[in-house]
Design a protein around this ligand. Structure first.
Ligand code: AMP
Length: 173
């Protein structure tokens, strides 16, 4: 794995949002254009290598990484949003998080049948969030060709949850 500028910028915040969780704060990466650009470049490279036809970003930080990725790759961007945010007809998936539960939704026309989707988030912990997005894409008839993230928390074994989908993580902790 290459030495990333982002690595030294990620800030550990203990006991957030709950006691026992070591939160990986990525905001300093967003404040450093060279580090942020490097992350986007590497994710674009992977999305292209996987033959992505649409980028799916998971709210909220998946939007922060997914939209520049989609623009740079010249691909459409589709949102997997939290409960109650999408205005049009949608489908829903509930999933367990490292700290709690959540629901994500997608518009029924966000993915075209057979479209190759590349899912993006800032961080993979248990993989539950990415798996929910994978399920939404699959239910809409899309093909998930990969999941890309800046950070993987390897001790939570998210790759197991996402079995069958290639995971590309730029940094592992
Ligand atoms: P998971 O579904 O367990 O893979 O959790 C991934 C989602 O929760 C991502 O959207 C992350 O932004 C967030 N998340 C989970 N654990 C952490 C953590 N320790 N630090 C920062 N974000 C986290």
């Amino acid at each position: 794995m290459p030495n990333l500028l982002a690595e030294a910028l990620i800030r550990d915040v203990p006991d957030f949002p709950k006691p026992g969780i070591l939160f990986k704060d990525i905001t300093p990466v967003l404040e450093d254009p060279a580090a942020f650009q490097e992350v986007i470049d590497l994710l674009v490279e992977d999305a292209k290598a996987k033959g992505a036809e649409v980028i799916v970003g998971i709210e909220s930080r998946g939007f922060v990484f997914g939209t520049p990725l989609a623009l740079q790759a010249k691909l459409p961007f589709a949102m997997a949003r939290k409960l109650g945010k999408l205005p049009y007809e949608k489908i829903t998936e509930e999933y367990a998080l490292e700290y709690g539960t959540n629901i994500v939704e997608m518009h029924i026309d966000a993915i075209k049948p057979g479209q190759k989707a590349y899912i993006v988030d800032d961080l993979m912990a248990t993989g539950g969030t990415a798996a929910a997005a994978r399920n939404l894409v699959a239910r809409l008839g899309g093909e998930v060709v990969g999941f890309g993230c800046m950070i993987e928390l390897t001790f939570l074994d998210g790759r197991k949850t996402l079995e069958g989908i290639p995971v590309h993580a730029l940094l592992q902790f």
